[in-house]
Design a binder for this molecule. Sequence first.
Ligand SMILES: [Mg+2]
Length: 146
Amino acid sequence: MLHLLRPDIKLNNIYELTGELLEAMNVTVLIADLDNTIAKYEHETPNDDVCKWAEDLAAHGVSLAIVSNNCRERVEKFCKPLGIVHFWKSGKPSRKTIRKAMQELGGTKETTALIGDKIVTDIIGAKRSGILAIKVPPLGKRRMFE
Ligand SMILES: [Mg+2]
């Protein structure tokens, strides 16, 4: 059980996870949590840094998908400018949506990683799915419903 709680990699923020690094690790699919990982709750659309980060991943052949437990409205609004695959109400730590995202982007367990701020949803979800689990500290305050 304890191994499910332990991230494989800990980073300070998403920007440390560059396209170059992912390419070197043979990761072609990156599943990212949205709230407090990519953006704070109050940020409805991606800022320039997030857009540049997504472009850098794409330039290195990494497909990015957002898998969020938040609602459709929130996730769609944020992902639309990025033009990336996204899933709402994903039910993490369930494997179902993580697996779906991985398959849709053509990844395997060996070539897919998940980055998120929460152990009980993101890290456990990634570990149960058998993919690389990367933890970042939350960008903002937690919410009760998380
Ligand atoms: Mg989060």
